[in-house]
Design a protein around this ligand. Structure first.
Ligand code: 3HC
Length: 342
């Protein structure tokens, strides 16, 4: 259970307490300067900031933005794969896919919990998603047209997610960093099962091999874009790195992903759809072609192939699950009364 440095939930019907500066009252200017200096020193020493610690409002806001977007990505990310649970080609593949999709739900829950330690409730985070104020990863706005897409999501999308998330295990905010440790272990399994599933198809018929290649062709560029805009156009990177929230830049992570994936594609026997992809001896890294950033921003802006469908599905599931939340709250309230009486 995820309990690191978290408060107990408030009684049913009451909002979560806003922590912000409440732990220290309302500090005057001199106290604020001292608190800021203590925070900066901890960041400089690569220490961990915990929920009860004072933190600048901009740091808190950035974390809520990133953690909530990350949580939404995990939950919305269940949809493209969930689409194939009832059509998996065997009982074994179905069981694996079910487990994987459930893992993603769990990741969302750890992340919402980590977000709540910053004083923003899960309800507020979900509301921001529904109102279009919070984003989720661009990658989940692409359709899963064939079974091979499920394997490619495991291999490439989860592979990219691991590349991005392993450095977050060292994030300066303790609850986010700790949540990432388990998430990364599970993502690592997801990536391997995707690769293994594709390998099985590549050893199959010509039609199966073509299906895998077609899926790789469609997912490769959106996966590269998933790391975010180039560093020069990434407004949040510099501050995020200064605060130790981000440890590697978008471009560094993208490059590491390309370098790690090229040999895997060779083992698999697929071609990565980029004529400019080649080893650069001087850089000791692969050169690769230009990403279509217009397409990326279209998708981020809500105009991707599946944006409307993904959000509508989430809203519908959220509304249909209202009775579960109400029942859980009623049970918690009853338990609180019982415990008081005991
Ligand atoms: N999709 C949607 N929006 C994106 C994006 C993407 N792939 N990449 C960047 N953006 C958005 C940013 O959120 C930011 O918008 P905002 O200011 O309104 O929030 C804007 O584009 C500019 O980007 P920046 O590079 O300045 O933003 P960040 O410094 O926050 O970096 C990030 C973006 C690399 C995604 C970073 O937030 C991050 O590392 N987040 C944590 C990991 C995460 O959220 N991963 C999502 C995938 S989870 C997943 O794949 C699930 C698994 O099951 C597969």
């Amino acid at each position: 259970m995820y309990t690191q440095a978290m408060d107990m939930p408030p009684p049913a019907g009451e909002a979560l307490p806003k922590r912000h500066l409440s732990a220290v009252g309302s500090p005057d200017a001199a106290q604020l300067t001292a608190l800021q200096a203590k925070f900066d020193a901890k960041i400089d020493a690569d220490g961990r900031i915990e929920p009860q610690d004072w933190m600048p409002e901009a740091y808190r806001k950035t974390l809520v933005r990133q953690i909530s977007q990350h949580a939404h990505s995990e939950i919305i990310g269940m949809q493209p794969e969930g689409n194939w649970i009832s059509r998996a080609p065997s009982l074994k593949r179905k069981a694996i896919l079910l487990a994987k999709v459930q893992d993603e739900a769990g990741h969302g829950l750890y992340l919402y919990s980590a977000g709540e330690t910053l004083g923003t409730s899960r309800e507020e985070m979900v509301q921001a998603l529904h109102e279009g104020k919070a984003k989720y990863s661009s990658i989940f706005n692409y359709p899963t047209l064939t079974w091979a897409d499920v394997g490619v999501i495991g291999w490439l999308v989860d592979g990219a997610a691991i590349m991005n998330q392993v450095p977050i295990c060292r994030c300066s905010y303790g609850p986010y960093a700790r949540a990432m440790i388990r998430v990364c272990k599970e993502e690592s399994f997801h990536q391997r099962q995707g690769f293994e599933s594709l390998m099985a198809m590549m050893k199959g018929t010509t039609a199966q091999r073509e299906m895998v290649q077609d899926a790789v062709n469609r997912w490769w560029w959106p996966v590269l874009a998933m790391f975010g805009p180039p560093d020069a156009n990434s407004p949040n990177s510099a501050q995020g790195m200064r605060w130790g929230i981000k440890r590697l830049s978008n471009d560094e992570l993208r490059q590491r992903f390309v370098d790690a994936t090229v040999p895997q594609a060779k083992v698999l026997g697929v071609t990565l759809p980029d004529p400019d992809l080649k080893w650069n001896d001087t850089r000791q890294a692969h050169d690769f072609g230009e990403i279509d950033w217009d397409e990326f921003w279209q998708v981020v802006g809500g105009n991707g192939p599946c944006n409307a469908e993904r959000l509508a599905t989430h809203k519908k599931a959220h509304a249909q699950g209202a009775w579960v939340r109400e029942a859980a709250e009623a049970y918690a309230a009853k338990r609180a009364v019982d415990l008081k009486a005991a």
